[in-house]
Write a protein of this length. Structure first.
Length: 559
């Protein structure tokens, strides 16, 4: 039996009893002919607070034109977005991870409310990508992702720069290694227009995830936000979603365990963001796919690092697009046996078939082969030990230290740690511990790019380590361990640490530990009591009451 493209919207639009609904829709310009066709939701996250999503309304217009040309009716709506870059280092940053689940909730709610037959989501800033994917997974109607694209790099003293360089410039200026005039110049030039942050930070990492996992057409994410081809990409995506609807292909038809493994391999091969661990675990929970935090070690160990991308490498996402794009990375991994090329995608082609279409630029050195990788193993490692029984995450690309042993410097909030770094109160060899910043304790699990970039800018990147139950930006580099679970607010061992305790990072052994006996840790925790919630009403209080461990993706599903 063929799939009925109007499988849901007919309930809203067809028959005598639906005359009032049709009357209201006609008030805003829809016709009988429009309402007789399949109805496709066009979600986007346009907001006048950041460059990342600033092109979404323009892209939505092109997507809608493509949908109409393919014989369906689009209905546009928008949800929210919180810029990590703008809010970093403030209380506002706590809203970022919370926004992921709110985006998922709003996409699901609008989709269920208006009975859309299919949905396409235009995404940009970090949490919009997993949030949109989670919403589409819940709805399980034909759905796909279109990434708004990366920002172009800026130019500072003849070299390409991104927002990462601005954060590190703050630390360099505080240390007297950069003038006020240069700080202002890099501030004024690093972000030249629309698009999401330009390295293999969280947005570009998750855009790659969506193509590797099969929810986005391969190659669409590699077209940058201001590339003249972006409008055509959006128009063709509108046609693609109608084709997907007519085929009746749902997220549940695409999202297999192997698809998730492919996505992890893509993150590993490109030195992608630690946030991918959190978001892929959350997506797997929504899809009912068995995926455990320990699976990341196995997949990353067998996947070589082949893309030379910032923050640990040399090139930006725009450079990757010019070299051959996300499809070239996929092709290299398929050729090297690191990817299951048989997995389905929204285009109707397999991953291998999609990857074969990649057009490599002669002489490019952004993407290497698996035979001659940058490093033999991928960029992420899951650490466990008496400080992180449920796990913690470290990104290896961008530093070479495999071992660090040093005294803990304890901070119960990010601002205090930042003041210590910029005030020159951190010494070589120290282990900065920032706790009570986890999903529940923050609440919202703030990213720590301000602190980590300041450490690098101060010249301490090779001698200081950091651990937190919060998160890191995809732009973070150095020996920085995040997502420590259980978190301090849940009584995790990180809550038992005192200043001066000796903390050991052993990357080879995948271990994060403190030189204390189990009995000493248990005794300290026996005298510990949970702090008062930082927010007792409103969205943060609701989030803190519902959210799970970072090791489970920090999801807010009923338990």
């Amino acid at each position: 039996m063929s799939f009925n493209p109007k499988h849901l919207s007919h309930i809203l639009t067809n028959g005598r009893d639906r005359a009032p609904a049709r009357s209201m829709l006609k008030a805003i310009g829809f016709t009988d002919e429009d309402l007789a066709k399949p109805i496709i939701g066009v979600a986007h996250m346009w907001i006048e607070t950041m460059p990342c999503n600033f092109n979404h309304r323009d892209l939505a217009a092109q997507v809608k034109a493509g949908i109409r040309a393919a014989g369906a009716t689009p209905m546009e709506f928008n949800t929210i977005s919180i810029s990590d870059g703008v809010t970093m280092g403030t209380e506002g940053m706590k809203a970022s991870l919370v926004s992921r689940d709110l985006i998922a909730d709003s996409i699901e709610l609008v989709g269920r409310g208006y009975l859309f037959d299919a949905m396409i989501a235009i995404v940009g800033c970090d949490k919009t990508l997993p949030g949109a994917a989670m919403g589409l997974i819940r709805l399980d109607v034909p759905g796909m992702i279109l990434y708004g694209g990366s920002i172009a790099p800026g130019n500072f003293h003849g070299r390409d720069v991104t927002i990462q360089d601005v954060f590190e410039a703050v630390g360099a200026n505080a240390a007297g290694r950069m003038s006020d005039a240069d700080l202002l110049q890099i501030e004024n030039t690093a972000c030249p227009g629309a698009g999401a942050c330009g390295g293999q930070y969280t947005a570009n990492t998750m855009a790659m995830v969506m193509e590797f996992i099969g929810l986005a057409v391969m190659g669409t994410g590699s077209v940058s936000a201001t590339d003249p081809r972006k409008e055509k990409t959006a128009y063709e995506s509108g046609r693609f979603i109608v084709d997907l609807l007519r085929r009746g292909t749902r997220p549940s038809d695409i999202l297999t365990r192997r698809a998730f493994e492919n996505a992890i391999a893509g993150v590993a091969a490109t030195g992608g963001s630690t946030n991918a661990v959190l978001h892929l675990l959350a997506m797997a929970r929504e899809a009912g796919i068995p995926l455990d935090i320990d699976d990341f070690n196995e997949i990353c160990h067998r996947t070589p690092l082949i893309a030379d991308l910032k923050p640990g490498g040399k090139y930006t996402a725009v450079d990757l697009g010019r070299a051959g794009g996300i499809g070239l990375v996929a092709r290299r991994l398929v050729e090297g046996g690191c990817l299951d090329g048989s997995q389905k995608t929204v285009s109707g082609l397999s991953i291998a078939e999609e990857a074969a279409l990649a057009d490599e630029t002669p002489g490019q050195d952004v993407v290497r082969t698996t035979e001659k990788p940058i490093k033999p193993h991928g960029g992420l490692v899951i650490l466990k030990g008496n400080l992180a029984p449920e796990g913690a995450v470290v990104k290896l690309s961008g530093f070479e230290r495999r071992y660090h042993r040093g005294p803990a410097r304890i901070f119960n909030r990010e601002e205090d740690a930042m003041a210590a770094v910029t005030g020159h109160h951190i010494n070589a060899g120290d282990v900065i511990v920032i706790r009570y910043e986890g999903p529940k304790g923050g609440p919202g699990m703030r990213e720590m790019l301000g602190v980590t970039a300041a450490i690098v800018g101060e010249g301490l990147g090779d001698s200081v380590a950091l651990m937190t139950d919060g998160r890191f930006s995809g732009a973070t580099r150095g020996l920085m361990v995040g997502h420590v679970a259980p978190e301090a607010a849940a009584g995790g061992p990180i809550a038992a640490l005192n200043d001066g305790d000796i903390v050991v990072f052993d990357i080879e052994k995948c271990s994060l530990s403190v030189e204390l006996s189990d009995e000493e840790i248990a005794g300290r925790l026996a005298g510990w009591s949970a702090p008062e919630p930082r927010y007792k009403t409103g969205v943060y209080a609701k989030y803190a009451a519902l959210v799970s461990s970072a090791a489970e993706g920090a999801v807010t599903n009923p338990r």
